[in-house]
Structures are given as C-alpha cells and as structure tokens.
Design a protein around this ligand. Sequence first.
Ligand SMILES: *Cc1c(COP(=O)(O)O)cnc(C)c1O
Length: 240
Amino acid sequence: MEEMRRKMEERVHLIRQQMEEAARKAGRAPEEITLLAASKTQSAEIVALSAALPIDLFGENRVQELVDKFDAGAYGGKQVDMIGHLQKNKVKYTVGRARLIHSVDSLELGQVISKEAGKKGLCQDILLEVNIGREESKSGVFPEELPRLLENICQLPHIRVRGLMAIPPISAKEGQNRPYFSALRQLFVDIKSKRYDNVHMDCLSMGMTHDYVDAILEGATLVRIGTGIYGPRIYKEETP
Ligand SMILES: *Cc1c(COP(=O)(O)O)cnc(C)c1O
C-alpha cells in the first residue's frame, strides 16, 4: 500500500504541474481548474489513500460504487460527482450523495432528478452531456438538441444547470480532440450569453488522462482523470 500511495502521489504531482502549465499557456489561473479523480473500479482502501493527495474531488461511473464508497467514508471528506450514465431508477441513491451529476441528457432524467431532490429538500446541480463527436454508441445530446433540452430542463424546480460535459471520440493522435473541445466550449459560451433562468454556466467538464492538457487549453474548468492517477484499471467480472 505504501508503494501505491507513493506512486499516486508522484502521478498527482505531475498532473498538477501539467495542469498549471496548460493553464498559464492559456492565460488562465490554475485555481480555476478542478481536478476530479475518476475512481471507478478502485477499492475503498485505494480511494481513501488518494483522498489525502491534492485532488479536488472524486467521480464515479456506477451508482453502486458511489454509494458503497460514500457510505464507507472512503472519500475522506471530499465530495463525489456522478460522471457515468445514470438510470432513472438509480436517481434516488445518487441525489443527496453526489455534488454534481455530469451526465444528464434527457428531460425525463432531469424530471426524475428534480422530483427526488424536491423530496429531499435539495437543489441538485447538474451538467448536460453533449455527444460532441456524434457517435452512435455514446450518450449525450447532439449539439442542435441542446437548446431545446436546456429550455425545458431549466424550468424544473429542484435542478440547477451548471454547465456541460462531453467525452469526445477516442483519438489515435495527440491533439486530435482539440476541435471537439473547442466546439463544446463554443456551446458553453453561447448558452452563458443567453442568460437562462436557473442556469449558472460555470463548469465545463472535459478532458481525461490522455487529453486533459488540450482540454485545458480549450477552456475546461474540470478535468476527469482516472488511469493517470491510479494506473490501469482492472475490471472484475460482474457478480450475478
Ligand atoms: C473513466 C472515466 C474518466 C477517466 O478516464 P481515464 O482515461 O482513466 O482518465 C473520465 N470521465 C468519465 C466519464 C469516465 O468514465
């Protein structure tokens, strides 16, 4: 475990340095950019070790993992976001635990979240997920569907839209995702300038281990890094 802790510490240190460098290059303040540790598949023990490192918060893909680690106190007082696809029947476990839900891509999901947040006396912050690469297999709305979703979702009483999230196509070459990041940022800026009610555009969630530097250069305010912190993921067989 000490070996793992030391490795993670080194990796986070390096990531912070590169984040800072990218921020400066883009003429931005490094403090503006949040480092989210994507801790999917990592055990509560590893997550608890990483909580002491200079990461800002955690992100999980699966509700069950989020619940287990949250309830075990693995996040060490740091907050956790839901970054993976969210099923409507799991919303009740997510609202009240997740700081921010990054993956809202339908009005129906928004309605379920708002209702659950209302029941718990909360206002749930969300991001709208955009399928910026127009990939069949990905969740998220197409850019042209975004205005309509936003206009409807911002009327829900217990939700606040805080920004946008995207996962661009897996790229073979470095720098290949920059046009996608730039397109997402343009959407973000357009929405911000329109001043919808209940919409406070302050989070642009984009960039992962292989492309976070480019994402920051294109305006990301939050990067989601998994393997870059924890090393390669080991997926266990689903238990029946
Ligand atoms: C796993 C995951 C990440 C982190 O991916 P890495 O390539 O390991 O950095 C970021 N965002 C989402 C939505 C993820 O599922």
